[in-house]
Design a protein around this ligand. Structure first.
Ligand code: NAG
Ligand code: NAG
Ligand code: NAG
Length: 196
């Protein structure tokens, strides 16, 4: 008389076990899929440096600044599968947290493992400066070097095979950049912070 209840009870744990196994398998499969996609798409951090920074046509008269900032940035895409569309790029130069010059860069496409040199010449034209700032800038000028910060802001999209990501904002900060006034002086390469 003890047999029938036992037989009826048996299938239930087995069913539960199957459900548990199925759920576990699903979790593992989804996890693996996410990991594979992540490994394939997760871009390595782009590497930005400032290779050249010097100032031409400098004139600081009556707290107004004229200057051309001659800047060469190096952008390295270390990814083996991810290429990048740069849809809009803006480079700005700040002195003492004030933007003194900015310029755009033509949109471009950066293949994987590519190095692209960005040569820009943002110009400050009759830019009014606060008195204290003009004084400090004048003092630095007479030392032959000026401490600037260079920022790059871009709208970019990633490309992996045929897949293209939505656009996102890339922010690059190079601070400080020791810009000099003579092209004969050796420029110290500056590494930048890259934020995506
Ligand atoms: C700067 O500009 C002023 C006015 O245009 C000029 O008198 C002066 O000589 C210039 N200074 C330099 C260093 O070029
Ligand atoms: C700065 O440039 C502007 C326009 O080119 C010019 O009119 C002005 O005299 C210049 N100022 C100085 C101080 O050189
Ligand atoms: C990087 O890509 C740019 C634009 O596609 C190209 O002009 C340049 O030669 C490439 N640089 C290298 C090192 O392959």
């Amino acid at each position: 008389m003890a047999n029938p209840p036992l037989q009826r009870a048996k299938p239930r744990p087995r069913l539960l076990r199957w459900i548990a196994v199925a759920i576990l398998a699903l979790i593992v499969i989804v996890g693996l899929a996410v990991l594979i996609i992540w490994l394939a798409i997760k871009p390595k951090r782009l590497v930005y440096t400032v290779e050249e920074g010097f100032i031409q046509n400098f004139n600081l008269t009556n707290n107004h600044l004229n200057a051309t900032f001659d800047i060469v940035m190096r952008a390295y895409n270390p990814n083996t599968k991810v290429s990048i569309y740069y849809d809009s790029v803006e480079v700005s130069v700040t002195y003492d947290d004030q933007t003194v010059a900015f310029t755009g860069v033509e949109p471009f496409f950066q293949p994987h493992l590519n190095v692209t040199r960005l040569e820009v010449k943002p110009v400050a034209q009759y830019l009014p400066l606060k008195g204290s700032m003009a004084k400090d800038l004048g003092l630095e000028k007479s030392s032959g070097e000026v401490e600037l910060a260079v920022y790059l802001k871009a709208r970019i999209r990633f490309k992996v095979g045929d897949w293209k990501s939505k656009d996102r904002t890339l922010r690059v900060a190079c601070d400080p950049v020791l810009a000099h006034f003579s092209s004969s002086k050796k420029f110290e390469r500056t590494f930048c912070d890259v934020d995506l």
